[in-house]
Ligand binder design. Structure first.
Ligand code: G1P
Length: 279
């Protein structure tokens, strides 16, 4: 059973400066809820109650968000405003939160390796909070992936088709389709130019990883951009064993870009906020 979910959240969020100068990018709200809260909700829905967050300098707001605010609670007790805190209280009650700091920014692979003391020797999920994933029709993306893990017991990356011109923003896979929407990965390249991309199947910010990934990351030299890439470590895992890529059901918004952020905001306003499901 997978119980832990790792959130790499140490990045500077430079694409959203100046908003992210004194505030973690994971706290940017989509309508009324911070990005990271959507991610933790998705994890809890999948049964992952142990939330492990890799933070960095200037990220204290994350810890405060997943804690009680006595003054605020006292202020709104027995008023109609209490409903606004029902969702976050549920997360605080049902999840545990642990934190570690990534001291140097050396890439996503390095961030995940920094989380090793919080994860230990068990399979775990990874959520990149700036990819907001919603499935209004059924299971959330992590729930879909956990179900798949129970069948296959190997690392799984979530993928989506992207326009060929956008491959240089993602890790891109190629593989053999073993079932509808499931590929066994043969190749993985981090942020290839369109002409070098092995396909248009892009990795998005949801992973399930088996713990042998940690030693593989340790052995992974810096890759694209001089950073230690999880894509390169996963490529090794795919060569030595098995990695699956799963075309998930639902929608994903790249909230690290202004366009994706606005799309997510409009979508959540329409489908969650206006319908009273946003707390
Ligand atoms: C990271 C990964 C990349 C993946 C992407 C998904 O890139 O390195 O393989 O496709 O997340 O969001 P980043 O967006 O952090 O540059």
């Amino acid at each position: 059973m997978i119980k832990k979910c790792l959130f790499p959240a140490a990045g500077y969020g430079t694409r959203f400066l100046p908003a992210t100068k004194a505030m973690p990018k994971e706290m940017l709200p989509i309508v009324n809820k911070p990005l990271i809260q959507y991610g933790v909700e998705e994890a809890l829905e999948a049964g992952l109650e142990q939330i492990a967050i890799v933070t960095g300098r200037g990220k204290r707001a994350l810890e405060d968000h997943f804690d009680i605010s006595y003054e605020l609670e006292e202020q709104i007790r027995d008023t109609d405003k209490e409903k606004y805190l029902v969702g976050i209280r549920r997360l605080i009650d049902q999840c545990t939160f642990s934190y570690t700091r990534q001291v140097e920014m050396k890439g996503l692979g390095h961030a995940i390796l920094s989380g090793r003391p919080l994860i230990g020797d068990e399979p775990f999920a990874v959520v990149l909070a700036d990819d907001l994933c919603l499935n209004l029709e059924g299971d959330g993306v992590l729930t879909q992936m956990v179900k798949l893990y129970k069948q296959f017991r190997c690392s799984i990356v979530a993928i989506e088709e992207v326009p060929a011109s956008e491959t240089s923003r993602y890790g891109v896979i190629a593989g053999e389709m073993i079932r509808e929407d499931i590929y066994r990965v043969h190749t993985m390249v981090e942020k290839p130019k369109p002409e070098d991309a092995p396909s248009n199947l892009a990795i998005i910010g949801r992973y399930i990883l088996t713990p042998d990934i940690f030693d593989l990351i340790k052995e992974t030299p810096p890759g694209k951009g001089g950073e230690i890439q999880i894509t390169d470590a996963l490529m090794r895992q795919a060569q030595e064993g098995c990695v699956l890529a799963y075309k998930f059901k639902g929608r994903r918004f790249d909230c690290g870009s202004a366009e994706g952020f606005i799309d997510a905001t409009n979508f959540c306003y329409e489908h969650l906020y206006k319908t009273g499901q946003a707390y």
